[in-house]
Design a binder for this molecule. Structure first.
Ligand code: LLP
Length: 433
């Protein structure tokens, strides 16, 4: 469920009229719905409740605004982090280090040291060299590092090739064939404590069976490690997909009901849970989940204003004030984001256009050959489902300041990150004398 819908022709986020909000804070701007984030978290947690001992570690790479982290920390979430900077954010937002798992193939000694001293729950080890490095850093600090090995189950999960991670050709994790040996090595190192096993098969996965297959493939190893090394947890990673294609215009806004090929598939938290709970429950371990996109994806939109229209003999272009530097998913993954006018047009006419940004790249588009309502300069639109991997992947390319982020709660909206200024853009730069 998400909380964006038309009321009397105005696109609302909870109780806030997005057109008025856009006029107030300017565009482009990201807007997030607290209610949607909270509902998604609670719905997933409820679906997983039959497991008993469980921890949802929100994959904060999806959206790491302090207000979002704070909201989830209050719900009881832990966090899946991938850098020292992310841990710093968690702590600033009121989250707890002892509910953080630290993933990523390239942790530096300084990041390991920082996370150790803060007392994180577990390091997810991605390579044998990293195991040695963490042991060394922990030894120097006089601490013992809790670890889990990320094991690659070699499962094919249907998704975009850039976000599939569970195959042996990917850079992530350690192969199933090597895992027992790596655990034996970990057990022999004095400054490590084996705590868990972790896996993750990819992102934006819309089918439940691959998740269950990964669990099935890893079960014998998990049970062996539990007996040998007293394993405490099994983290099954994130990856539950959301529906991007679907129309508010269809009138059904309770869920992205969708149309077109992508939406022939969708996964609900209940379907996901029913597929994995059985095999996981039998393990008798604490189970960790690392959802990112599912929690925040449908909870955010990017508001943008039409600047110009332009026609060539073969195409109609609508130029907007947001660019690929603000939302890179269409350019990088051919990601689809629905386009909804903030003021609903009176009739249902559409025209086929490319919606493009101002950046000097042909990849700077939000839609190509898409049927959208007629859009004129000054009209404002929302790029839907932009709450995950939106702002966090933005850059200042073309010297474009980073966007503001606004959090809505009922009828209240708060700018939770100010728009950057040109002065912000040059802060820290010097011209040598
Ligand atoms: N755990 C690990 C170890 C991960 O690598 C990721 C995502 C997650 C959890 C969270 O996955 P989620 O539940 O969000 O699918 N920028 C891309 C997605 C990259 C995902 C990277 N890893 C996009 O915009 O589609």
């Amino acid at each position: 469920m998400h909380s964006f819908r038309y009321t009397d022709g105005s696109l609302m986020c909870e109780g806030v009229d997005l057109e008025s909000l856009a006029a107030e804070v300017g565009t482009p701007a990201y807007v997030y719905s607290s209610e949607t984030i909270r509902n998604n978290y609670r719905r997933l947690d409820a679906a997983l409740a039959p497991l008993g001992d469980r921890m949802i570690c929100y994959a904060m790479k999806a959206n790491s605004n302090l207000s979002v982290l704070n909201l989830l920390a209050k719900e009881g979430a832990g966090f899946d982090i991938v850098s020292g900077g992310e841990l710093f954010r968690v702590l600033k937002a009121g989250g707890r280090a002892d509910r953080c798992t630290f993933a990523g193939v390239g942790k530096t000694a300084a990041e390991i040291d920082y996370a150790l001293r803060q007392g994180i729950y577990s390091f997810n080890i991605e390579s044998e060299e990293e195991l040695e490095r963490i042991n060394e850093v922990a030894g120097k600090a006089g601490l013992v590092a809790p670890i889990a090995v990320r094991v690659n189950p070699d499962v094919d999960a249907p998704t975009h090739k850039y976000i599939s991670t569970g195959k042996s050709k990917n850079k992530f994790g350690i192969g199933l064939d090597r895992a027992a040996e790596v655990y034996a090595r970990a057990a022999s190192l004095p400054n490590l404590r084996i705590r868990g096993l972790q896996t993750h098969i990819g992102s934006q996965i819309l089918k439940a069976p691959p998740f269950a297959e990964a669990v099935r493939k890893l079960t014998p190893l998990v049970l062996e490690l539990k007996a040998k090394h007293g394993l405490e947890f099994f983290s099954v990673g994130g990856g539950v997909g959301i529906v991007y294609r679907g129309a508010l215009a269809s009138g059904d806004v309770a869920w992205w009901t969708g149309s077109g090929e992508e939406t022939a598939e969708r996964i609900t938290p209940e379907e996901y849970a029913s597929e994995v709970i059985g095999p996981l429950k039998e393990l008798g371990l604490r189970i960790l989940f690392e959802p990112g996109r599912f929690i925040v994806g449908n909870a955010g939109v990017l508001l943008t204003t039409v600047l110009y229209r332009k026609e060539t003999p073969t195409k109609k272009f609508v130029v907007v004030d947001a660019g690929m530097n603000d939302l890179i998913r269409p350019a990088l993954y051919e990601g689809h984001h629905e386009i909804e006018p903030l003021r609903q047009p009176e009739n249902t006419a559409t025209e086929k256009v490319d919606v493009v940004g101002p950046v000097c790249e042909s990849g700077d588009f939000f839609a190509q050959d898409r049927e959208v309502p007629p859009l004129a300069p000054g009209d404002r639109i929302a790029l839907m489902s932009a709450g995950a991997y939106g702002f966090v992947m933005s850059s200042t390319y073309n010297a474009r300041p980073l966007l503001p982020e606004v959090l809505v709660e009922g009828t209240k909206s708060t700018v939770v990150r100010a728009r950057q200024t040109w002065e912000d853009l040059i802060r820290g730069e010097v011209v040598p004398s």
